[in-house]
Design a protein around this ligand. Sequence first.
Ligand code: PGA
Length: 255
Amino acid sequence: MTVQRSRPLIVGNWKMNLDEPAARTLVGALLTILPFDRVDAAVAPSFPCLRAVLDAVTGSPLAVAAQNMHSEAKGAFTGEVAPPVLFNMGVRFVIIGHSERRALFGENDAMVSRKVVAARRHGLAPIVCVGENEAQRDAGQTCDVVVGQVRAALADGALESPGDLVVAYEPVWAIGTGRTPDPAEVTGAHAAIREALTERFGTPGIEVRILYGGSVTPANVPVLLQAPEVDGALVGGASLDPGSFALIAAAAAAC
Ligand code: PGA
């Protein structure tokens, strides 16, 4: 898989929304309106909709992401999903360590690190989510928090190169709230993440795409994506509307 940082990556995180018919309808619309000549795009449906979405995107440039996975390839882990199963279905990306997983389902840095290694081992491109909460932001700790999370996620020595790794900077207080950081905050966080990536991987760390996520809309995306080191967006709510997601993709292509 080639890393193409020159092309923005737009990922729609559908979370626990949409049933199969609605997922098919949304993908059908996206396939006709996304500017695939200028952006890389992926959608992340819930597990039960993966098959329908994978079938719908067959032969198109729209990639499919999982929202989570377990770090083991198989075993007695009731309710979990194994990385090779996702890969064999045709899933290409996997979101790892989303703040909702960390806050609501007890996912910690050690689990995130194991999942990143497992994703790479099984051919999936990890989208590792990092971000500060509101108290950390107010205390001026944003860069320390995100650098700590990036270092922890990539701590395993088995990870020799970044490969197709993607990092998403998602301030927890901005997710689903309609609030966004100002451009200086985005610039600072992305620069800190880039530094952590080059410290970890050397020059290849420059090629890792760093997405911004948190209340991205067609209205604010031009400002958010113009900040240096922002290589695309992880979009929640606005990705459920094909017109909004396409406008976000078009704005990303223009940045
Ligand atoms: P949001 O979600 O765009 O609805 O804020 C983003 C995310 O959680 O990835």
